[in-house]
Write a protein that binds this ligand. Structure first.
Ligand code: ADP
Length: 422
């Protein structure tokens, strides 16, 4: 019935002939916008209840509209039966997914784009964009326990990549144990003959026994990042796999976490029986906002504005210290930490002690608890921060911009890079 239909959940994106799926969210309820969707030409409204003013022939009522999306996505994939590669972890999912996607090639691989990695975004992207490709790379995010198992209902992975388990979103997901158990659901919900690719981390390995598994890590595991260094504006990285030793000269600067994740990609390619195209890998540029380093008149400007967790801050700080003569960071809060917020921001202060100067973009007061002797400036005004940076930074310095998504620290980055004409 819905073959070739476009599905939307936001009435502003309705185009004639599409299917509008009304979802009750935390902030608003899609059912309020059903009329608007019909007026804009939606062919059908899928809703959880009868709705006035919607012609009966255009209304499809179901018990659960999210389940409707999930099951339609499942049916679509089942028809084409792709090789499914599931990716989850606290850090690095997007970059790992994009890299694997490039290496498998757009003609034969699908991936859920951007951050369409939730129980709504993932099925939507499959319904709207999957085009019978041989490989389906599915990035799966976990906000709360059970999310990953639900996403695996769409398609059980043949290859399951578990990148790492950290503290991101722990205010929502619960304690460390719940985050760990939640992410392990990717392995538990694999195909029977599937293979898991897991970070060589004792807390993970102790919990996985049954499945065929390969490991990856920094100086550890079957697929290893052995070492790396920065030369001018590129990264030289050394890898060891069960078959060979590899050296890559990567365009741009990659941090240790991202480099480690490349070893998971090498493992996936081996399992899929596909050669690694060195040229594509070496020319891949990290995704905007995810530790992308720019050379701005001799100053290394690190755009890591997309998100933040303690672990990704640790990695970022370690890396920028290797890069510039003096290292600075413009930082904002780490959100979604709930009762762990104080502990998280204290820890952040300790991590930032390693730098030469810390500038705080304080838009929500949550970061005020952070105690760091390297703090040299704080403001909630992006232009003020940019002016300050212009006064202190000189060629050879490195400056990291990093905070959780909702802080929108990219505003500061944008003003600063515009003003220095980068
Ligand atoms: P996700 O989609 O999981 O949020 P991204 O690819 O967007 O992942 O990267 C998010 C952040 O995590 C970036 O700052 C990136 O540099 C960092 N990161 C990537 N891999 C790791 C890792 N293995 N350990 C720590 N930080 C990492």
């Amino acid at each position: 019935m819905f073959e070739n239909s476009r599905f939307v959940v936001d009435s502003r994106q309705v185009t004639p002939g599409c299917v509008f799926v009304a979802i009750k969210g935390e902030k608003t309820d899609g059912h309020f916008y059903a009329n608007e969707a019909i007026n804009k030409g939606a062919a059908y409204v899928v809703a959880e209840k009868k709705l006035q003013h919607i012609p009966e022939e255009k209304l499809i009522t179901v018990n659960d509209t999210i389940e409707f999306l999930l099951s339609n996505a499942r049916e679509k994939l089942k028809k084409h039966n792709p090789v499914v590669i599931g990716i989850t972890g606290s850090n690095g999912k997007t970059t790992t997914k994009e890299l694997l996607y490039q290496l498998l090639g757009k003609d034969r691989a699908f991936r859920n784009p951007g951050n369409l990695n939730t129980e709504i975004g993932l099925p939507l992207s499959i319904l709207n964009e999957y085009n019978a490709e041989k490989f389906a790379i599915l990035e799966m995010a976990m906000n709360k326990f059970g999310d990953i198992a639900r996403l695996c209902q769409i398609a059980m992975p043949h290859v399951a990549i578990l990148l790492n388990v950290g503290t991101a979103h722990r205010g929502i997901a619960g304690n460390q144990e719940m985050i760990l158990r939640g992410k392990l659901q990717l392995i538990e919900n694999m195909q029977k003959n599937g293979t898991a690719i897991v970070l060589y981390d004792k807390k993970l390995l102790d919990r996985i026994s049954l499945k065929p598994m390969v490991t990856f890590g920094y100086k550890k595991g079957d697929y290893q990042l052995v070492d790396y260094c920065y030369i001018d504006f590129s990264t030289k990285a050394f890898y060891k796999t069960p078959r060979e030793q590899l050296i890559f000269n990567l365009k741009s600067i990659w941090n240790a976490g991202q480099l480690t994740n490349i070893s998971a990609v090498l493992a996936a390619l081996d399992i899929l029986g596909i050669d690694c195209n060195k040229n594509i890998l070496e020319n891949f540029t990290p995704v905007a906002g995810r530790f992308r380093v720019m050379n701005c008149n001799g100053i290394y400007v690190v755009d890591d504005t997309y998100n933040a967790s303690i672990e990704s801050f640790e990695t970022a700080v370690e890396t920028i210290k290797k890069l510039g003569k003096r290292s600075f960071a413009v930082v904002g809060s780490i959100k979604e930490q709930g009762k762990y917020s104080i502990e998280t921001h204290r820890k952040l202060g300790e991590i930032l002690e390693k730098l030469d100067g810390v500038v705080v973009y304080n838009v929500d007061n949550e970061i005020e608890i952070m105690n760091c002797s390297k703090k040299i400036f704080a403001s909630n005004n992006a232009t003020e921060i940019s002016d300050f940076l212009k006064r202190i930074l000189i060629p050879g310095d490195v400056v990291l911009f990093k905070a959780s998504r909702s802080v929108q620290i990219e505003k500061v980055l944008q003003i600063y890079t515009e003003e220095i004409r980068c």
